[in-house]
Design a protein around this ligand. Structure first.
Ligand code: HEM
Length: 264
């Protein structure tokens, strides 16, 4: 099943062109949802005003080379490993889900555009990557959903309590889960079930990408921007108008060892 391209078999009933248009429509939905969210929440305006204000208190002018190196380091370390989540389960779960999703989306596009339709060859590698991406998304996402979510792990709410903020993670998990279920049932020739899971897969994609405006989807664009701005502000001495760190040693007393921090 892992080396099977489910889109290729689907092409016997659905035109590959329709699948390609579907992917393009999803990309447009991301762009529209994010732009409307930025206009409505005014976060981009706040971000640029803040950066402009901070620049006034800069103590050092950064050259192009310095800026490039800070941006490259931030991309690899801070963004690539979600370093703001510290060391531990939360970061590992996020990294699994993040790379899983990137792999799942990228391989979906490659499979649909390059390996689906009459006369197109098969790519076991890309089919495998599609399944691995979905499995990693499920691993990281379900770990987060059942055990790590703040309202579950720190506020003792039951895991099945659902609020609007869960739209993103639930839609993402639904896409990966129904995608895998569709591939599995299609591979085993359970045609009725396979069409049911395909319908659920399409519906969860529409909810995930159509819900960008209401969900946390766009954090994947905002967070990298904020990390780059923070590191540039630290290097040019403006520190986002925050006071410099105290030079006294960090002494919290023994009480800090009593309980694992769970206050977000
Ligand atoms: C394809 C890219 C990404 C995906 C699929 C993804 C997925 C997720 C998911 C599902 C959540 C849980 C949302 C919730 O609170 O319900 C989350 C939270 C979070 N994401 Fe991402 N993310 C991506 C990129 C990024 C990037 C690039 C950063 C930072 C540089 C980032 C930082 C965070 C942080 C700090 C949280 C809060 C985590 C927590 O509460 O444990 N994410 N992300």
């Amino acid at each position: 099943m892992l080396s099977n391209n489910p889109f290729s078999i689907l092409a016997e009933t659905v035109s590959p062109l329709a699948m390609q248009y579907f992917i393009i429509a999803m990309i447009l939905l991301i762009a529209i949802g994010t732009i409307i969210q930025m206009i409505h929440h005014k976060n981009l305006t706040y971000f640029f005003n803040n950066a402009k204000k901070a620049k006034l208190s800069a103590t050092k002018e950064l050259g192009i080379g310095e800026k490039t190196s800070i941006i490259a380091k931030t991309t690899v370390v801070d963004i690539g490993t979600t370093s703001e989540l510290g060391f531990g389960k939360r970061r590992l779960a996020h990294v699994l889900g993040m790379y899983g999703t990137i792999l799942f989306w990228l391989s979906s596009a490659v499979l649909v555009f390059c390996y689906t339709g009459v006369g197109k060859s098969n790519s076991e590698t890309w089919s495998m990557l599609w399944h691995i991406g979905a499995i990693l998304t499920c691993l990281g996402g379900y770990w987060f959903w059942f055990f790590l979510r703040v309202d579950v792990s720190a506020e003792a709410h039951p895991w099945y309590r659902i609020i609007k903020a869960d739209l993103f993670v639930l839609a993402l998990l639904a896409c990966a889960t129904f995608g895998l279920a569709w591939s599995y049932t299609q591979f085993n020739n359970q045609m009725g079930l396979s069409y049911l899971f395909l319908t659920l897969f399409v519906a969860s994609n529409l909810i995930l990408f159509g819900g960008v405006y209401w969900s946390k989807f766009a954090h994947m664009f905002y967070k990298p921007g904020a990390a780059i701005q923070k590191n540039l502000a630290e290097a040019d001495g403006s520190r986002d108008n925050l006071p410099p760190p105290a030079d006294a040693p960090e002494q919290f007393g023994l009480g800090i060892k009593r309980e694992e921090p769970k206050h977000y």
